[in-house]
Design a protein around this ligand. Structure first.
Ligand code: MGD
Ligand code: MGD
Ligand code: MO
Length: 757
């Protein structure tokens, strides 16, 4: 790789540390929300927006995918502090301009931090950077779309173009986008899911026959036991805390499995209930297990082995044999494999004492309505799919699936990432789906699978693709191996980004780059509304309330339709009609995708509608109709004496690659992001003090990767484990360090050496 300045510039800031919090939300969260709104929005707009957020008839928060209550929504708006930040970021009145780009060359802009780039304001019109130039110049829509269309027509094979999607795209835009891409002739449809919950989709699909979770919000309220693994809801899904609070009020117990003691998992003070804030909060976690990074399989196997032991001692009353016999296969093989497991080794590997493991197992033994929730701490590993399959094993033993208060709960990230996949944004589409497209639209969709994110980057690196089209997102910063990815992208002839805000992916190109500005969720869309699917499979309407940022920017649907209208000369698909009436798009979706009968009618019901979910009905759409127990290998995550296991996590002040601010309030960090959280004893052993500067190195397949100039922070984290922020440390994650089953990059486990600068 060519020697270069780091793609993400190094900031040398020293901030402040305070004591990490042991509760989430409360008055500070409300204050923080209000100050965010005040900074970026007009007061009138702010009030209108907040009243309509996640209300029936309002718009879907562009933050996370946590569902809204079917009834009983808070009159203040069903929102959280971080949802407010997401909205303020989008609804800002600040604008980029032609003169700004005249005065700031692209190489100058590359020196800005992600935080600074985000604060420049909304993209106000289409821009074009020509080959060999170093500035963005305005271009009109027609010329931009014609240029893209000509480029696509000029490729010698449609697979030379790659079409990425982030997870904010609505159902309507996503459906048309995949139709456009397949009519063009490729399945190269990587999406952010490839870096996110792909392991959940694959692991659940293989064992239960459906790649989505099985529980509803009511199940969470009714559960007797919830185990939360690898998730930080206080920051990333704050509205989940209200649901957990209800579970606790109903007598439920909660186990948290996480290397860090995350504030929101410890206790919660409901920010919209003043009495709760003043009187103290609800204790959330009953048993907190601070496991080592990527030791969850050891932990889960230990619990299962203990459960089998209890079951034998209790006349086989602990496990659900009716369910195991009627609904599953593979039980004997799993049982035999667990006999060979050494429980002391498991305890040592995960760092949880036998005594504590027994306490956890006893809760599983004595409860029936059990839910396991998880997010990136389980999915982003070399063994991500296996992690999920072990979660399934534990639930199946207890028959805890498809009955009230029990089941699987992968907590999704982007607000419509699940819906995008339902709409066909997938590089590995099934034949049934493709055949239906062929029948309805009379073209032959490509049969060969396309590339996911990792392969997309490698394809660009090897110059086997020339055009990269991104429907939202920030692929450069979101991807692993930042320097490799940047070099891959620099080789593309043309990069197109449909975006709301400027980010590093817009600036990376060495050749041509086009930015097409689009409207966001909060904005009125010429009388149309869109729909989205949340983490629990509920599809509902989302209608913006603010006037569009300006008259030039277009909706994602219009951009796709106008480009398709230019690219395809035949009139077999009425693209422009779709753009003027989204009901027509929903009719198309109804015709192709199962579960959308009467879509236009049902989507207008105030709380939307549930998509069918086989696992929820205890039906398993696998090869033989049974849910599968699986035997999964123990991950080899032994560390050499000088190695540390690094996870990359989100701060409280970011949405993925969008950096709202430089604090991480719950973890007690102020004004800095280029930091390594480290165990105090490990620091002592290395002779390091707080704020000392270190360089980080990783060696995957003996290839070195580095991330330089990080400040060390002492933190309550198990020994030999460290944490850094995403995306600053992405350069350490080798492009080939991904789960071979789900292709998910191993963002939560990298072996790292720490050297003083
Ligand atoms: N405000 C805000 N909301 C968001 C986002 C955001 O960036 N900001 N992002 C959205 C998106 S796209 C997603 S996918 C979700 C992400 O939501 P999360 O998955 O909660 O996000 P991460 O910060 O990646 O946190 C992972 C958690 O897993 C723990 N962990 C790491 N490795 C391991 C491990 O090996 N085992 C276990 N048991 N735990 C581990 C970490 O300590 C951390 O608490 O949030 C969504 N919502
Ligand atoms: N090391 C490491 N890497 C990770 C992760 C990790 O935990 N660690 N997490 C991974 C995960 S879970 C995910 S989901 C990915 C996220 O990957 P992406 O989805 O690609 O990244 P985002 O940061 O969410 O994208 C932000 C950009 O989206 C654009 N945008 C915002 N709203 C809209 C809109 O309404 N329409 C359009 N067209 N554009 C919009 C803005 O221009 C903004 O700059 O990152 C992954 N990368
Ligand atoms: Mo995600």
């Amino acid at each position: 790789m060519k020697e270069n300045k780091p793609t993400i510039p190094i900031e040398e800031k020293i901030g402040k540390l305070t004591k990490p919090k042991d509760f989430a939300a409360g008055i500070p969260a409300l204050n923080s929300s209000i100050s965010q709104i005040a900074k970026y929005m007009k007061p009138g707009d702010a009030v209108t927006t907040m009243r309509k957020l996640n209300q029936k008839g309002g718009f879907d928060c562009p933050g996370c995918a946590w569902p809204d209550p079917d009834d009983d929504r808070s009159s203040l708006g069903e929102y959280c502090e971080n949802g407010v930040k997401a909205i303020a970021e989008e609804a800002t009145k600040k604008s980029l301009s032609e003169s700004f780009f005249k005065e700031n060359s692209i190489s100058e802009l590359r020196k800005k931090s992600d935080f600074e780039l985000g604060k420049l304001g909304r993209i106000n019109q289409p821009y074009f950077k020509a080959n060999g130039e170093d500035t963005f110049k305005p271009i009109d829509w027609k010329a931009a779309l014609l240029h893209i269309s000509n480029k696509l027509k000029g490729l010698d094979h449609p697979d030379k173009a790659i079409f990425y999607t982030s997870g904010r795209t609505s159902n309507e835009a996503a459906y048309l986008y995949q139709l456009f891409v397949r009519k063009y002739g490729t399945n190269n449809l990587p999406d952010c899911s490839n870096m996110c919950h792909e392991s959940s989709g694959v692991g659940l699909g293989k064992t239960l026959g459906i790649g989505k979770g099985s529980v509803t919000l009511l199940d969470i309220h009714q559960a007797e036991l919830i185990m939360i693994m690898g998730q930080n809801p206080g920051t990333n899904h704050p509205r989940m805390l209200s649901a957990l609070e209800k579970c606790k009020q109903n007598g439920g117990k909660i186990i948290s499995v996480n290397p860090l003691k995350e504030a929101g998992l410890v206790s919660f003070k409901h920010p919209q209930k003043v009495s709760k804030v003043l009187l103290g909060g609800t204790k959330i976690t009953d048993i907190y297990c601070q496991v080592n990074i990527n030791s969850d399989i050891y932990f889960l196997k230990a619990i299962m082995k203990l459960l089998i032991g209890y079951d034998e001692k209790n006349k086989h009353k602990i496990l659900d044999y009716n369910f195991i016999n009627d609904k599953t296969d593979g039980w004997e093989a799993l049982k035999t494999s667990l006999e060979e497991i050494d429980i002391n080794e498991c305890s040592k590997a995960c760092g949880i004492s036998l005594e504590k493991l027994e306490k956890v197992a006893k809760l599983f033994a004595t409860n029936e309505k059990i839910i396991i929730c998880w997010a990136m701490g389980l999915t982003q590993h070399l063994n991500g799919a296996y992690n999920i399959q072990e979660v399934v094993n534990l639930l199946l033993m207890k028959g805890a699936i498809g009955k009230p208060g029990a089941g699987t709960c992968p907590v999704r990230g982007h607000s419509n990432v699940q819906g995008d996949r339902t709409m066909g944004i997938w590089h590995k589409p099934g034949n049934d789906f493709l055949n239906k497209l062929e029948e309805r639209y009379h073209f032959k969709p490509p049969a060969d699978h396309g590339v996911g994110v990792v392969d997309a980057i490698k394809t660009l690196y090897e110059e086997k693709a020339a055009v990269l089209f991104c429907m939202g997102g920030n692929l450069l910063n979101a991807s692993p191996d930042t320097e490799y990815t940047a070099e891959a992208m620099r080789k593309a002839d043309l990069i197109v980004n449909v975006s709301t805000k400027l980010n590093r992916t817009h600036l990376v190109s060495d050749h041509e780059s086009i930015i097409l500005p689009c409207r966001g969720r909060t904005e009125i869309d010429d009388g149309q509304f869109v729909s989205v699917e949340n983490s629990m499979g509920i599809v509902h309407k989302s209608e913006g309330v603010l006037p569009p940022f300006n008259k030039i920017i277009k909706s994602e649907v219009s951009i796709i339709c106008e480009l398709a209208d230019i690219l395809f000369t035949d009139a077999s698909i009425p693209w422009l009609k779709f753009a003027s009436n989204y009901d027509l798009i929903r009719d198309e979706i109804e015709a192709i995708i199962p579960g959308f009968d009467n879509y236009n009618k049902k989507v207008r019901q105030p709380a939307g509608f549930y998509l069918p979910n086989t696992a929820r009905e205890q039906e398993f759409a696998t090869d033989n109709g049974k849910a599968h127990f699986t035997v999964n290998p123990l991950p080899a995550c032994l560390l050499k004496e000088n190695e540390f296991a690094m996870m990359t996590i989100r701060s409280h002040d970011q949405f993925n690659t969008t950096i709202y601010g430089e604090d991480d309030r719950y973890r007690g960090i102020k004004g800095m992001r280029r930091i390594v959280f480290m165990n105090e004893e490990d620091m002592k052993n290395l002779g390091l003090k707080q704020f000392d500067e270190v360089n980080l190195y990783s060696y995957f397949n003996e290839e070195e990767r580095s991330a330089l100039q990080f400040k060390v922070i002492p933190y309550d984290i198990p020994k030999k484990n460290i944490a850094t922020y995403f995306p600053e440390a992405n350069s350490l994650i080798h492009i080939n360090a991904y789960d071979k089953i789900s292709e998910t990059p191993s963002s939560k486990f990298t072996k790292v050496l720490i050297k003083r600068t």
